[in-house]
Design a protein around this ligand. Structure first.
Ligand code: NAP
Length: 318
């Protein structure tokens, strides 16, 4: 089968498009998916996990059709079902014509979007869902600031905060993306441009911050959160307090009651399934995608690595 491979070492890697790799086989309750499209996570070249896989195939976000079910699979899905999935960070290997998923990773794909559009969704959906529900623990009508609101995770978070919690959402994004955010079916309460000096003083108090940018933006966002509020970040690179034991955010000195959390997402087919429903009902908009054919996979990767691209980059495998 054809697949993208990351060869060499971390920091000195090269990408290749292989054309004759073995098709993976299912074990136990695994699911073999004929991949129609796979979304690119450009940062994956810096993750240790992909260098430990036997195939060196990256890729976690996929959409396709079930080709085979493992011998002990007894779930609700059938051969021929159109599905989308986030493959666990340890396994990946989705950027190929075929991929193996475990039962807990796969959900029926939204019917109203193409495979390419569905392949852009899993990581943004699960990250936003986990941040808002499990970590920020939003309650109905919370007021929440989403940074990087025009990015893939931010767009999902902005919408899910409204759909799941009827939250008042303040979206922080460059001015060029404000109209796009205002037109989301869930709407946003307020859009704020992070290039406006002192933006953090114009927002008022929020119950929660969900940060996808980090650095100075995360630091400034502290001044918007209530003294007993919560800050959740997934930004890469993470803040020092997320990586080093005993380090606490400097901002905690003036707001000791704020909870602060950095997390790395976990697979969640239930979140995928629920949001697929919201998309088919028209309550949540999918993400804009830039599609590349398989033979331009390496160009696709280069495109996906650039800031300012106009959507999530996806490779079509058929
Ligand atoms: N820990 C986890 O589990 C996890 C999971 C998923 C993603 N992530 C991380 O989360 C981050 C966001 O992912 P994504 O897929 O949403 O990325 P993305 O689609 O590239 O979006 C990032 C957004 O951040 C904004 N941005 C970038 N630099 C900025 C700056 N200096 N100031 C203000 N805004 C800035 C951009 O907004 P404008 O276009 O408006 O400028 C962009 O839309 C990445 O770092 C990713 O690695 C972590």
């Amino acid at each position: 089968m054809k697949a993208v491979q990351i060869l060499g070492e971390r920091g000195n890697y090269r990408l290749a498009l292989a054309s004759s790799l073995p098709k993976p086989v299912t074990k136990a309750d695994q699911i073999l998916i004929k991949v129609h499209a796979a979304g690119i996570t450009a940062d994956e070249v810096s993750w240790v996990e992909v260098y430990k896989t036997p195939s060196r195939i990256p890729g976690h976000d996929i959409s396709g059709v079930i080709e085979e079910l493992g011998p002990s699979y007894d779930g609700p899905l059938s051969i021929g079902d159109a599905v989308f999935a986030m493959l666990d960070a340890d396994r990946g290997q989705g950027m190929a014509e075929y991929a193996v998923a475990s039962a807990s990773e796969v959900a029926r794909k939204p019917k109203s979007v193409s495979h390419a559009e569905a392949a852009a969704l899993p990581i943004p959906i699960i990250t936003a869902w986990e941040a808002l529900s499990r970590h920020a623990k939003l309650t109905p009508r919370s007021r929440v600031l989403v940074t990087g609101a025009s990015g893939a995770v931010g767009v999902m978070a902005t919408q899910l905060a409204k759909v799941l919690f009827d939250a008042e959402v303040v979206a922080l994004a460059s001015e060029a993306r404000h109209e796009y955010l205002r037109r989301l079916p869930s709407g946003v309460s307020e859009v704020v441009d992070y290039k406006t000096p002192g933006w953090e003083t114009k927002i008022g108090e929020v119950d929660a911050v969900f940060d996808t940018v980090g650095g100075e933006v995360l630091s400034k966002a502290w001044s918007t959160v209530k003294s007993n509020g919560v800050i959740v970040t997934v930004a890469d690179p993470p803040p020092r307090w997320a990586l080093e034991k005993g380090v606490v955010p400097a901002e905690l000195a003036s707001k000791p009651g704020v909870r602060y959390i950095y997390f790395v997402l976990s697979v969640d087919a239930e979140a995928l399934s629920r949001v697929a429903g919201f998309i088919d009902e028209g309550r949540v908009k999918g993400l804009d995608v830039i599609e590349f054919p398989t033979d331009q996979a390496l160009d696709a990767w280069a495109y996906a690595s650039h800031r300012g691209r106009l959507g999530k980059t996806v490779i079509n495998f058929c």
